[in-house]
Design a protein around this ligand. Structure first.
Ligand code: URA
Length: 206
């Protein structure tokens, strides 16, 4: 596993805005969306291009076009809050869905739903904003490697050391996050964290 702590002052500013407990869902969604553009730029840094001829209004020149668009997999619900910028920057990428929740008593991931195209040989970008225990993320990543994905990039906003340690066993995995927080608490919430990302996006109380 390669770990990238995304170093950018604007990204850190947006995470601070997301952390504020009085940010209402409408602001929270806007901040998450803007932050996700920065993360999408980082996550797509190594995509391959091929040369392509292009006619400008003045002459013909050589440009580049992306090949092999990665598959984007937002993990429901929270992943939906950072999906749109990835779709904007990668208009040819298929979007696949995995619905997971966490058993609140055991913290074990519960699989609800998936709709995944053929990922064999493909790069897959998984969107999971809060990397807490790493339980959900490792089930998703294992599933994608079982389906012969070539490489997985997990994009998160905040990560706990426990989750990073859990994912360290995977090869061909890159984890991108903006902040590595202190720890998980006894309810498996990231501290200091920002609360439940899905609840904050979709209006439930913290
Ligand atoms: N999921 C969240 O949304 N927040 C946490 O702190 C942990 C998991």
């Amino acid at each position: 596993m390669e770990m990238i702590e995304f170093e950018h002052p604007v990204a850190r500013d947006f995470v601070t805005r997301l952390r504020r407990k009085d940010a209402p869902p409408v602001r929270f969604r806007a901040y998450a969306n803007r932050l996700a553009y920065l993360l999408a730029v980082e996550a797509t840094r190594d995509l391959r291009t091929i040369p392509a001829q292009v006619e400008t209004p003045l002459e013909t020149t050589l440009g580049e076009v992306l090949i092999d668009p990665p598959v984007i997999v937002p993990v429901l619900r929270a992943g939906l809050g950072i999906l749109e910028p990835f779709q904007d920057l990668l208009p040819d990428s298929p979007v696949a869905f995995i619905g997971m929740s966490r058993n609140e008593t055991t913290a074990e991931p519960v699989w609800h739903y998936s709709s995944i195209p053929n990922v064999a040989g493909k790069k897959v970008i998984v969107l999971d904003p809060m990397l807490a225990t790493g339980g959900t993320a490792s089930v998703v990543i294992e599933y994608l490697f079982d389906k012969n994905a070539a490489e997985v990039i997990l994009v998160s906003v905040v990560a706990a050391p426990e989750g990073i340690a859990k994912l360290s066993v995977f090869e061909n995995l890159t984890v991108i996050t903006v902040c590595v927080d202190r720890e998980l608490d006894s309810n498996w919430f990231i501290r200091p964290g920002l609360g439940d990302f899905g609840d904050r996006l979709y209006s439930k109380g913290i």
